[in-house]
Write a protein that binds this ligand. Structure first.
Ligand SMILES: Cc1cc2nc3c(=O)[nH]c(=O)nc-3n(C[C@H](O)[C@H](O)[C@H](O)COP(=O)(O)OP(=O)(O)OC[C@H]3O[C@@H](n4cnc5c(N)ncnc54)[C@H](O)[C@@H]3O)c2cc1C
Ligand code: SF4
Length: 449
């Protein structure tokens, strides 16, 4: 008989699951928002603006909240960042605007900029208002590949500027990782789709679902048929551990599992191991570990090959994992996946250290962890094959990403790119900024052509 291992669905009751996947940061009410807004010094040359990748006028919108002009506050935010609602929920503010807030240096308690941003943008969404108008049609058409944060931000700005935009999206829903990847408790209640509807509400955009560059379109054809192209295709590939046993049942890709978790209507039906091991050091590792725990896994351990300071997950995220009962083990890497009857049973690790030149080396000392499931969270990669048709041979790539200039223009003069598929910080807010800057540059290019 096949060994089913200690993996099971429904480890927790429906009520426990509802609680575990509810909003981790409940919204501010009006009184709380007014009190929080009153803590802002409305600094001249405010460092929080400088720290925001989308240049939101933070003191400007906080002042509007303080004077009960919530609509004005929301417009100030959305003018710079059309995904201000998502970013208020998912931005690592502890390393961006809130870390730069002067109150952080003064009293280690920043103005809660993210919470105030959410207060204003949620208010606007609740009123079902469409604050942006479109300029007259220019007669120009732009193709956008990918309906993630980068593609949607680019498409929205182009549409407002009067261009007609066709968005080609390989999946059946828009939103990219906001819909399929971000931890469920950060964006509950179908927020990602509400935001997509709001963005598309400005008009001039046609979305084609289930159509992919590389399969249904070539880059050469898009360049021929449209006045400009924006590539916002994210990182669709995942890195492998390159160990024997990677095909064992129970060894999974973290992003694929999170996608199932985000899309399932009933989390009680998702199987999760009793003992879970996560390999990686970024936010994906933290997210899968915490969500595994919240699905009812008893023992969840993240193993990372370096120390906490070198993890890309922020200190705040690491602390959040530990509060959720996740263990983090540093200085070790997996060397063997041990199975029984085709199913993962144990993972063997080797301790690591830095050698005299600061390079990662193994020590020779080994240990094993029992594991019913192992999640790989060791990074994603750009799937570049869709870009490789005749004309795209000229598309310059470096370190597996598309090379762009400050305007997010690629080496092809009519092709722009942004978000995770170009070098930079892999964050929602950076993808939105890339999309916005590319749209402004495309608009200048089309008007001057
Ligand atoms: C598990 C996880 C958790 C994260 N958590 C956070 C967080 O808490 N905070 C934060 O700021 N960031 C987070 N990020 C990062 C953030 O989600 C990304 O930086 C952001 O989504 C990048 O946006 P994008 O538009 O470039 O790519 P994506 O969001 O990946 O969107 C790309 C879109 O292109 C489509 N596509 C791909 N290939 C093709 C093709 N050939 N043809 C047509 N369409 C195609 C995809 O289906 C997708 O819809 C997380 C990432 C992951 C993986
Ligand atoms: S740095 Fe802090 S106090 Fe100053 S304007 Fe920004 S949010 Fe307000």
């Amino acid at each position: 008989m096949a060994d089913a291992g200690d993996t099971a669905a429904g480890r927790l009751s429906a009520a426990e699951l509802d609680r575990n996947f509810a909003d981790i940061h409940p919204p501010l009410d009006r009184k709380q928002a007014l009190i929080e807004a009153s803590r802002c010094y409305f600094c001249f040359d405010a460092p929080c603006i400088e720290a925001c990748p989308t240049d939101i006028d933070v003191p400007g919108f906080i002042r509007k909240i303080a004077t009960d002009n919530v609509k004005g506050a929301a417009i100030t935010i959305l003018e710079q960042n059309i995904m201000g609602g998502a970013c208020a929920r998912v931005c690592p503010v502890e390393i961006l605007c809130e870390s730069a807030c002067v109150r952080t240096a003064q009293e280690a308690k920043p103005v809660h900029i993210g919470a105030l941003q959410r207060y204003a943008t949620d208010w606007l969404f609740e009123q079902d208002l469409q604050p942006f108008a479109r300029l007259p049609l220019t007669g120009r058409r732009v193709a956008v590949v990918g309906a993630g944060p980068a593609g949607l931000a680019c498409a929205h700005r182009l549409a407002r500027l009067g261009h007609v935009v066709k968005i080609i999206e390989a999946r059946t829903k828009a939103g990219g990782l906001n819909e399929y990847g971000i931890a469920a408790y950060k964006v509950p209640e179908d927020f990602a789709q509400k935001e997509v509807d709001f963005i598309l509400g400005v008009g001039n955009m046609m979305l084609e679902f289930g159509r992919a560059l590389g399969r249904d379109y070539t880059l050469a054809a898009l360049r021929r048929d449209y006045d400009a192209v924006f590539l916002g295709m994210g990182l669709a590939g995942v890195n492998a551990l390159q160990l024997d046993g990677e095909m064992l049942t129970g060894v999974m890709d973290a992003v694929a599992y999170i996608e199932r978790l985000r899309q399932t209507p009933d989390k009680a039906k998702l199987e999760i191991g009793r003992r879970v091991v996560v390999i990686g050091g970024g936010n994906t590792a933290i997210d899968i570990a915490v969500q595994a725990k919240r699905l009812g896994a008893e023992d969840v351990t993240i193993v990372y090959r370096r120390d906490g300071e070198r993890m890309t997950a922020t200190g705040h995220e690491r602390e959040f994992a530990q509060i959720n009962g996740v263990k983090i083990k540093y200085w070790a890497r997996p060397v063997r996946l041990i199975g029984h009857q085709g199913r993962l049973k144990e993972v063997e690790f080797e301790y690591t250290q830095l050698d005299g030149q600061g390079r990662l080396a193994t020590t020779g000392d080994r240990f094993t962890l029992l594991a019913d499931m192992l999640f790989k969270a060791i990074g994603q990669t750009l799937v570049a094959t869709p870009l490789k048709d005749g004309s795209a041979d000229l598309l310059e790539m470096r370190d597996g990403r598309i090379v762009v200039n400050a305007d997010r223009q690629t080496s092809l003069p009519d092709v722009w790119a942004g978000g995770d598929c170009v070098p930079g910080q892999d964050l929602t807010v950076s993808a939105v900024q890339d999309g916005k800057l590319a749209a402004l540059a495309i608009d200048r290019h089309l008007r001057n052509a």
